[in-house]
Design a protein around this ligand. Structure first.
Ligand SMILES: [Mg+2]
Length: 338
C-alpha cells in the first residue's frame, strides 16, 4: 500500500503566545496511507521534528487489505513500528480513516457514538498585553467557552487577563497555565482565579512535578475548579501516576500516539473516576477532525487548532457557536480543498 509523507506549513491568522513561546506558523506532516490521511502535529516544545516523521513514514510497509476491511484495523495498528508519538498518531489516524472508508461509515458511527453528546468546544486565547487582550476577548464574543492561556511570569498579570475576560464576556471561562507555576504560586492564584467562576484549571505545574501535583491537590479547598493534567500526561502509562492528584486528563492524539491509545486513556480515566478533556495542537482539519470523532466520550473539548489556520488544506469538522459538527462521510470524513 502506498505510504506518503507530505510536510505542510500552517500559517496562523495571529501570533499564538503561550507560556512555552510564540508561534506565527507551524510545520506539520500529513501522512497518506492509500486513500487514508493522518496528521503529525509538530510542537516547538516537544522534541519530534518534521524529519523524524518523514523518516518514520519511510520505515514501514503495509500489505494490501485481503478481507473486507472489517478485520483489518487492529492487525495493521499492531504492525506499525515504534516511533515518536506524533508520527505514530499520523499513521494511526490514516489507518482509522482507511478502515472507515472500507466500511463506508464515519468513525463515530463505527464506535457507536452519538455526536449530539459532544461537549461545547473551547476557543483559546493566547496571552497578550491588557489592551490587546481586551480586544481579543471582544472579538471572541461568539464563543460560549473561552480558554485563557496564563503563565505570563507575573501572577497579577495572569489574574488581570482572567478579570478582563470576565468583564468583557458572559462566556464560560477556563484557564491553562502551560506548566508555568510552582506549588506556592498555584496555591496562591488558583483560589483567586476561582472567584471568576472557572470550569477548570489546566496544567498549573511543571510536567514532571508529581510531588507538586500531590501537594497542590491535597492543600487546595475542595470547592476549587478541577485540575486537569496536560503536559504531565502523554499516554495511558501516565494516567495512573496522576490518579490521586489530578481531577482529569487532557488527551491529545499527537501526545498519545493516536485514536486507539486515546480510547484506552479514556477507558482508564473513567475507571479511575477522572474527568477527560480532548485537546489538540495547532493542526489542520485532518488532526482536529480525527480527535472530534471521540468528543462524545469526553467532558471537555478544546478542538480549535484549525480555526486560526489561514491555509488549512482540508475541511472536516465544523464549528457552530462552539458546537462541533462532525462530517457524515466515511472514515474521518475530511475533504481536500482544491
Ligand atoms: Mg494545555
Amino acid at each position: 500500500m502506498e505510504i506518503r509523507a507530505e510536510p505542510i506549513t500552517l500559517k496562523l491568522a495571529t501570533p499564538f503566545r503561550i507560556a512555552h513561546g510564540t508561534s506565527t506558523a507551524r510545520h506539520n506532516v500529513l501522512l497518506h496511507i492509500g486513500s487514508g490521511v493522518g496528521e503529525a502535529a509538530i510542537v516547538p516544545y516537544y522534541p519530534t521534528t518534521v524529519e523524524d516523521v518523514i523518516a518514520y513514514a519511510s520505515d514501514f510497509k503495509l500489505e494490501e487489505m485481503e478481507n473486507d476491511g472489517s478485520l483489518w484495523l487492529e492487525d495493521s495498528l499492531d504492525s506499525l513500528p515504534d516511533g515518536p508519538a506524533p508520527a505514530r498518531a499520523a499513521a494511526d489516524i490514516a489507518l482509522h480513516d482507511l478502515w472507515g472508508q472500507y466500511l463506508k461509515m464515519p468513525l463515530y458511527r463505527l464506535w457507536g457514538l452519538n455526536p449530539a453528546r459532544a461537549p461545547l468546544s473551547s476557543f483559546t486565547l493566547g496571552m497578550a498585553e491588557e489592551d490587546e487582550f481586551r480586544r481579543k476577548v471582544r472579538d471572541s464574543r461568539q464563543y460560549p467557552l473561552l480558554k485563557i492561556k496564563l503563565g505570563t511570569g507575573d501572577l497579577e498579570q495572569d489574574e488581570a487577563l482572567v478579570r478582563i475576560a470576565r468583564e468583557e464576556t458572559d462566556a464560560r471561562l477556563c484557564v491553562d497555565a502551560n506548566a508555568a507555576w510552582n506549588v506556592e504560586q498555584a496555591l496562591s492564584i488558583i483560589p483567586r482565579l476561582a472567584a471568576y467562576d472557572l470550569l477548570f484549571v489546566e496544567q498549573p505545574l511543571a510536567q514532571d512535578d508529581l510531588t507538586g501535583w500531590k501537594t497542590l491537590h491535597a492543600q487546595l479547598p475542595p470547592s476549587m475548579p478541577p485540575l486537569i493534567a496536560d503536559e504531565s500526561v502523554h499516554d495511558s502509562r501516565d494516567v495512573l501516576k496522576l490518579a490521586e492528584s489530578a481531577d482529569g486528563i487532557n488527551i491529545k492524539l499527537a501526545k498519545c500516539g493516536g485514536l486507539r491509545e486515546a480510547r484506552r486513556m479514556i477507558a482508564l480515566a473513567r475507571t479511575l473516576g477522572m474527568q477527560v478533556m480532548l485537546g489538540c495542537m495547532v493542526e489542520s482539519s485532518v488532526g482536529v477532525t480525527a480527535a472530534a470523532h471521540l468528543a462524545p466520550l469526553v467532558d471537555y473539548a478544546d478542538l480549535d487548532g484549525n480555526l486560526t489556520v489561514l491555509n488549512d488544506p482540508y475541511t472536516g469538522v465544523q464549528w457552530k457557536q462552539g458546537r462541533l459538527h462532525l462530517p457524515d462521510k466515511p472514515g474521518l470524513g475530511v475533504t481536500r480543498r482544491q
